[in-house]
Design a protein around this ligand. Structure first.
Ligand code: SF4
Ligand code: SF4
Ligand code: SF4
Length: 315
């Protein structure tokens, strides 16, 4: 992936030195293995810090709300879809953005990688189709497709949907991905089984809100969980409060979630929180034929009204 990183570095250096943008949001090497970290550079001299590899799973659109000036941003498929959301929701102006499109072949899931390589991973190098992994006990090569994040396995928008310049040529999209097998499995359960399923799913949640903080959709100045007047939800680890947080947050993402996986990736407990939002992604597609962030300028179903909208669910 050095080639991609070099292309991004060259574009960022040019944009900054020609004063096209005031800053560029991208990734740099992280301080721990398997994690590239988001960074913001303001000088062409720092462009060499930028990297792109299979560990750049955070969604960089998360950093746009509240930034001022002209902003350059590297965007893989899902980041670009969340940029489209931000444009629709007036969080950023298109004329203030320069989007460096980065085709993506999927991000590595550090938990899957550690389960194959062991916990003592010292370093890992993205070599394209394989990951070269160094552990305390030796070197190994792991096919990247075996350790992809779940959302990347079924991603059908690997190429940015909006960009000013592509860092490298587009990659083939994944046709015929079985995108909703996990949702179908939950839908097939009885109501009682579903209740137990979701109770067990969030049983370990510590309400750290890392999932919310990693999500580009969650830019509210005060989140409902942090409000105290009125207090919508308790602050404790009471099951009802934890449930309320997850259910309400998911509904706040309805028609907006791009299934980028940033929430799930951020959870320190490895809780598959996308199971909440994925059901809403499926419903939006089936009921309204709408996929979030794919068509710039098209408003999401919960933001519009058509007389022929499906109404069977209104009881
Ligand atoms: S969970 Fe809801 S209220 Fe909280 S930041 Fe996200 S969208 Fe806003
Ligand atoms: S809810 Fe999760 S998957 Fe959906 S946009 Fe937010 S971070 Fe991405
Ligand atoms: S990141 Fe995980 S533990 Fe933290 S609030 Fe979200 S689901 Fe719960």
């Amino acid at each position: 992936m050095e080639d991609v990183s070099e292309k991004i570095q060259a574009i960022a250096a040019r944009l900054l030195s020609e004063n096209v943008v005031d800053c560029v949001i991208g990734f740099r090497e992280g301080t721990i293995p398997l994690m590239a970290e988001p960074c913001l550079i303001r000088s062409a001299d720092d462009a060499h810090l930028l990297v792109f590899n299979g560990f750049c799973g955070a969604n960089l659109a998360n950093y746009l709300p509240g930034l001022s000036g002209r902003i350059g941003i590297t965007a893989k498929g899902c980041d670009s879809r969340n940029i489209v959301n931000h444009l629709l929701e007036n969080q950023v102006k298109r004329e203030n953005l320069y989007i460096i499109g980065v085709p993506c072949t999927g991000m590595a899931d550090r938990r899957k990688l550690r389960s194959k390589a062991g916990r003592d991973v010292i370093d890992a190098l993205d070599q394209g189709k394989t990951l070269g992994v160094s552990t305390a006990s030796g070197e190994m090569s792991i096919p990247k497709k075996n350790v992809l994040q779940d959302n990347c396995v079924t991603c059908t928008h690997r190429n940015p949907v909006i960009f000013d310049e592509m860092a490298t040529p587009p990659v083939p999209e994944q046709e015929n991905a079985d995108r909703f097998s996990d949702v179908n499995a939950v839908e097939a359960m009885s109501a009682a089984e579903r209740w137990t399923h979701f109770e067990e799913l969030i049983a370990g949640c510590i309400r750290c809100y890392a999932c919310r903080n990693a999500c580009p959709l969650c830019y509210c100045p005060t989140c409902f969980v942090d409000d105290s007047r009125p207090q919508w939800v308790g602050k404790s680890l009471d099951k009802t409060d934890t449930r309320t947080f997850h259910f309400l947050r998911a509904f706040h993402c309805a028609g907006r979630c791009t299934d980028c996986g940033a929430c799930e990736r951020a959870c320190p407990l490895g809780i598959p929180v996308r199971q909440f939002t994925k059901k809403l992604v499926k419903d939006c597609e089936e009921l309204y034929g709408f996929e979030a962030g794919v068509l710039p300028g098209v408003r999401p179903p919960l933001d519009t009204f058509r007389p022929d909208d499906p109404q069977e669910f209104i009881k």
